[in-house]
Design a protein around this ligand. Structure first.
Ligand SMILES: Nc1ncnc2c1ncn2[C@@H]1O[C@H](COP(=O)(O)OP(=O)(O)OP(=O)(O)O)[C@@H](O)[C@H]1O
Ligand SMILES: [Mg+2]
Length: 264
């Protein structure tokens, strides 16, 4: 379980997160959504123990802030929004960085690469991969670090910041399916998402941020609704159902980016 109470983060002079009460349970994919600059990455970094904060954050019962990073590394692994690689490492070497952060590796680098569709790419130079291949290579590194979804000290947590931002539709489904299976097997997944349709399809819980505050958290039905989305994103959004599968989708409305609260 992850629980925060009164979580606030200041970066320089700015109050970036204010009084956040967020929760995530293992066995489900929890999505964090919200507009650019609303604080999603900052929240994920605070949950990861990477940022100073006020308030409380507990991960598997451990209080963040006083738990050493080596101990946290057994419980969670983080796919950052941007991860520069400063050296001409091979793909295999990048994934092995994840293994070196793991107390007792449970996956081989080759297995992790196969899971993200990069089997056979181990010897290639990382800078020569395409953008989407680089993103999946980093995901393989994170999977290699974490190993199985659960371990002796409880559920393990995958923190994913926009894990499908560089991916084509087939690989988006592959990566979201992989994240869901990790959760279905007892692990925890917290994923920052911009794609609300994929969020509706894969998330069990959705947290909506706007302007540094958690405006709503609940089931996709509760959060992915016209009014809270239109208010958060400051544009008019209408929920629809896809004719074939009955799944939700959010088409763009004519007129583009307009202030919320307009009558139709
Ligand atoms: N180191 C920093 N110093 C000052 N302000 C910062 C710092 N890092 C982030 N911010 C500000 O905090 C706010 C939230 O940033 P954050 O990266 O969490 O947004 P986000 O919701 O992840 O946005 P995006 O969808 O664009 O990735 C932004 O206004 C950003 O400018
Ligand atoms: Mg971000």
């Amino acid at each position: 379980m992850i629980e925060t109470h009164g979580l606030s983060v200041r970066l320089g002079p700015r109050a970036v997160l204010q009084d956040i009460a967020f929760h995530a349970r293992p066995g489900a994919l929890t999505a964090i959504v919200g507009p650019n600059g609303s604080g999603k990455t900052t929240l994920l970094r605070a949950l990861s123990g990477d940022l100073p904060f006020t308030g409380s954050v507990r991960l598997n019962g451990l209080p963040l802030g006083t738990t050493p990073v080596w101990e946290l590394a057994r419980h969670r692994a983080v796919l950052a929004q941007h991860t520069p690689v400063g050296f001409p490492f091979t793909v295999l070497e990048v994934v092995r960085l994840g293994l070196s952060a793991s107390a007792r590796p449970e996956l081989t680098a080759e297995e992790a690469l196969a899971r993200v569709g990069l089997a056979g790419h181990a010897g290639r130079l990382f800078p020569e991969l395409s953008g989407g291949e680089q993103q999946r290579c980093h995901l393989a590194r994170v999977l290699a670090q974490l190993g199985h979804p659960t371990g002796p000290s409880g559920p393990r947590w995958l923190f994913l910041d926009e894990p499908v931002s560089a991916l084509d539709i087939g690989h988006q489904l592959m990566v979201m399916g992989l994240a869901r299976r990790f959760a279905d097997s007892g692990g925890g997944v917290v994923a920052v998402m911009h794609d609300l349709n994929l969020t509706a399809q894969f998330a069990g819980s959705v947290a909506l941020l706007a302007d540094g505050r958690l405006t709503r958290q609940g089931s996709p039905e509760e959060v992915l609704a016209d009014e809270p989305l239109s208010a958060a994103y400051q544009c008019r959004l209408r929920l629809n159902r896809a004719p074939v599968q009955g799944r939700w989708f959010l088409p763009q409305m004519a007129g583009g980016h307009e202030p919320a609260g307009l009558t139709s």
